[in-house]
Write a protein that binds this ligand. Structure first.
Ligand SMILES: Nc1ncnc2c1ncn2[C@@H]1O[C@H](COP(=O)(O)OP(=O)(O)OP(=O)(O)O)[C@@H](O)[C@H]1O
Length: 414
């Protein structure tokens, strides 16, 4: 990996206001780097210092060890291309004309060179899948198509470094994925280095290798994705409580937003809770318990169940059974250990058909040793009574439990 870009002690001010302070960073050739940070922290300003649209007040920027201040704009444009945030192109240029503008740094009067310019513009349009639109006026294109035209124009510059300012901001989720996939291919297949300002942390996690996280006009943290995207950093930079889990196949972090822990400081009556739920009945509750900072175990749940998914996403311990299978003795034994370990148990509107029989038996066996809460937002009569035994055990548990009839009531206890 060779070093492509180095920023050293960069400061930038608008009038007397500091917008970038003491920025130091290094980017290797072929990296896909995401710049993240709250509104107004200086992301766009950083990009525009790197491409020299703005002049730093202090510090230096090196491209392959050459101070870019020494490079003439036309030379710099052969190395760095920018796709700005504003994609509006007012005039009635066709797609091909706009993409050809990317060849401006190379313009000479030789016919042979002109052919080369057209060939490169054609290749860029084909790469970005807009060749079929080449005769169309750009102003008639959709936001996604326009964005691809601007990237094709940047590619026609044949840059080593491509800077993009919020490239997905006007795109629907399908186009966002497609566009970031294109960019990723540029890194992998052509070795182009990409630095993109992004707002969607999960999208950045899916595609970027490295992250620069800005806060208060400084670099808060920078490095490989996995070192930067974590609960602590997101909380400190965005004041947002999140849970970070990891994609099974890629190992990339995925963020679940939990909102703000407004009530985290209210003392909790317990620290550990075991939840018996299923079929989505526990979803709201599990999110609430996470927010309140409880240590939660959940089970037994079949893999694929909605509550199983929620519990996994929130990072709880889940005692899980294979999909669509009755609970095995082995799993119920494991579950019993968790029930015994926890300070209280919560039943969340569970149906008491055959599927939950073993969970209920497990709880009944330690009924006198635990504080038990039963959530009954749905009337008991509306539940599944197909298993008379489960229904009877449920009633026995209920007789000893604190029965809660609404979520607000639950909140007053937990
Ligand atoms: N031309 C300007 N003149 C004066 N101040 C400016 C100018 N452009 C931006 N600023 C200020 O500089 C700060 C950083 O702006 P910048 O656009 O770099 O932030 P950003 O992190 O990209 O924000 P956003 O996420 O909202 O796009 C902001 O406080 C902004 O108001």
């Amino acid at each position: 990996m060779s070093l492509l870009l180095k920023v050293e002690n960069l400061d930038f001010k608008y009038q007397d206001t500091d917008v970038l302070k003491g920025i130091n960073l290094e980017v290797n050739a072929g990296d896909f780097v995401g710049i993240l940070g709250p509104n107004g922290c200086g992301k766009t300003t950083l990009l525009n210092n790197i491409n020299q649209w703005l002049k730093p007040h202090r510090g230096s920027i090196y491209l392959k060890n050459i101070n870019i201040r020494k490079l003439k704009p036309k030379i710099l444009a052969k190395h760095i291309a920018t796709v700005p945030q504003d994609t509006s192109i007012e005039m009635s240029f066709t797609v091909e004309q706009v993409v050809l503008m990317g060849r401006n740094p190379y313009l000479v009067n030789f016919e042979a060179e002109k052919e080369r310019d057209f060939a490169i513009a054609e290749e860029s349009m084909k790469y970005m899948d807009i060749w079929h639109l080449k005769e169309k006026p750009v102003r008639e294109l959709s936001g996604g198509e326009k964005q691809r035209v601007l990237i094709a124009r940047a590619l026609a510059q044949e840059p080593e470094l491509l800077l993009l300012d919020e490239p997905t901001s006007h795109l629907d989720i399908n186009y966002q994925w497609e566009l970031l996939g294109f960019l990723k291919k540029l890194c992998l297949n052509r070795g182009i280095t990409i630095i993109a300002v992004m707002h969607d942390i999960n999208l950045a996690s899916m595609f970027c290798d490295k992250i620069i996280l800005l806060k208060d006009h400084k670099i808060f943290k920078m490095g490989p994705l996995i070192d930067v995207i974590n609960e602590k950093n997101i909380k400190e930079v965005f004041n947002m409580d999140v849970h970070v889990c990891f994609q099974e196949y890629t190992g990339r972090p995925v963020i679940v937003f939990l909102g703000r822990k407004e009530n985290i400081n209210i003392p909790r009556p317990f620290n550990t809770l075991h939840v018996i739920c299923g079929g989505g009945e526990g979803e709201k509750l599990l999110h609430y318990l996470k927010k309140r900072g409880y240590e939660v175990s959940v089970g037994v749940l079949n893999k694929g169940d909605t509550d199983w998914l929620t519990a996994k996403m929130l990072g709880f311990d889940v005692i899980e059974e294979v999909p669509f299978s009755p609970i095995s003795d082995e799993k119920i034994e494991e579950n019993t250990k968790y029930v015994k370990k926890s300070e209280a148990v919560l039943l969340a509107d569970v149906p008491f058909g055959y599927g939950n029989l073993k969970n209920l038996v497990c709880l009944k066996n330690i009924l006198h040793q635990k504080k038990i809460f039963v959530m009954e937002e749905r009337a008991i009569e509306s539940r599944d009574y197909t298993n008379g035994m489960a229904s009877q055990i449920y009633r026995d548990i209920r007789d000893r439990a604190v029965v809660l009839h609404s979520f607000d009531e639950l909140k007053s206890f937990l």
